[in-house]
Design a protein around this ligand. Structure first.
Ligand code: SF4
Ligand code: SF4
Length: 376
């Protein structure tokens, strides 16, 4: 195995291929605090890419209610159990990744879900962390919680799917870091399904090949954001490029949230894949659970997010530019009360007010001599 540097772990680790970072890395930020689980993203993806025969159980994008929602069933808890308890020491991961913990004869520690694990794409929907006593809604606040976790392929820097493929059918594009399966080479061994800890490769029994999220690459090549991003009702998503940590640019919205402000964090960084979808953690969930999901940076990210309205730049980016344009925003600025996004060509593609004006209408409209029932 090669030694590679994983900045999310703060250390080197073992991987099956030498470090080879793409020219630009596809990345996205999802704000979990804004997701309403409407599943519009899931359907936008499904109707675009996976409506064919053999793709019935494929959700390249899914949204699950945590802690009890999964797709496929138990994808995360089963792997965490296999890996066993691991620790962080400060910002450095002191445990083993799924490459380092692989069993003899295997390249990655993983498991193959059963067919029935794919039977219920939205199992656990809206189930909260604990049972609530009867009548609790009348007696005040209670401590049960849940939140929505939207998931796509992470187009990982060190993909487990790619490492596991005995046919060399999976490749990471050098121009944008998108991870694809060559359908002509794939023989359907499903090693990638077993290896991907996020369970984001799917077997198609009709074509007998594995398939996965392609990051809507025809749109990416055209300077646009993917379908799941632009159709998001909650405007929780932004797609762009992520620079290596030493080369972060403050005006790049993804770099700003991930590297500069450290507000957006990877999902299960301890597994070692350097995933490139970053999450702003939910602010109402117990810290130990957040640390398990998003790593040791979670408490600081929650604190920073709680203060987001006090900072015009962050408020303008997260509240204004997220979900406001189909174009990819590669540079942004916030000035004179406006958040401005610039596209791949460098020209302005979006300008939105940081704070929406609020108009309060009086209940009684004297000019028309009517009472309004929807005021203010
Ligand atoms: S999330 Fe899974 S399918 Fe996607 S690149 Fe990473 S290992 Fe491969
Ligand atoms: S479309 Fe957006 S708000 Fe709706 S479920 Fe998907 S990520 Fe959440």
């Amino acid at each position: 195995m090669a030694r590679v540097f994983n900045w999310q772990l703060g250390r080197e680790m073992s991987y099956w291929y030498p470090e080879s970072r793409p020219k630009r890395q596809f990345a996205a930020v999802f704000d979990t605090n804004k997701c309403i689980a409407c599943q519009t993203c899931s359907l936008a993806c499904k109707t675009t890419w996976t409506s064919g025969r053999g793709q019935e159980a494929m959700f390249w994008n899914n949204v699950e209610s945590k802690p009890y929602g999964f797709y496929p069933l138990g994808w995360d808890v089963k792997l965490l159990e296999l890996l066993g308890p691991q620790t962080w020491e400060g910002g450095v991961y002191a445990g083993r990744t799924i490459f380092e913990a692989a069993r003899p004869g295997e390249r990655v520690l993983g498991f193959a879900p059963d067919e029935l694990d794919y039977a219920h794409p939205n199992i656990g929907e809206d189930e909260c962390s604990a049972a609530i006593d009867r009548g609790a809604h009348l007696s005040g606040t209670h401590n049960a919680w849940m939140f929505y976790l939207a998931r796509i392929c992470n187009h990982c820097t060190y993909p487990a799917c790619l490492a596991s493929c005995p046919r060399g059918s999976i490749y990471k594009r050098p121009e944008d870091g998108i991870v694809l399966i060559d359908q002509k080479r794939c023989r359907g061994y499903q090693e990638c399904v077993k290896a991907c800890p996020y369970k984001k490769t799917f077997y198609n029994p009709a074509t007998r090949t594995s398939e996965k999220c392609i990051a809507c690459y025809p749109k990416i090549e055209n300077g646009q954001q993917p379908q799941c991003v632009v159709n998001c009702i909650g405007k929780i998503r932004l797609q762009g490029w992520l620079s290596a940590p030493g080369a972060a640019r403050e005006e790049n919205p993804i770099d700003y949230l991930v590297h500069v402000r450290k507000l957006a964090l990877p999902l299960f960084p301890q597994l070692g894949l350097e995933p490139n979808v970053y999450y702003i953690p939910p602010v109402h969930v117990p810290e130990p659970y957040l640390v398990q999901l998003f790593g040791p940076g979670a408490p600081a990210a929650v604190k920073a997010y709680r203060a987001v309205l006090e900072e015009e730049k962050l408020a303008g980016l997260i509240g204004g530019i997220f979900g406001s344009t189909e174009q990819r925003v590669e540079r942004f600025s916030v000035e004179n009360g406006s958040a401005i996004g610039y596209g791949p060509e460098g020209s302005e593609v979006i300008r939105v007010p940081v704070r929406e004006p609020v108009h309060v209408r009086m209940a009684y409209d004297a000019a028309r001599s009517v009472m309004r029932t929807n005021s203010p």
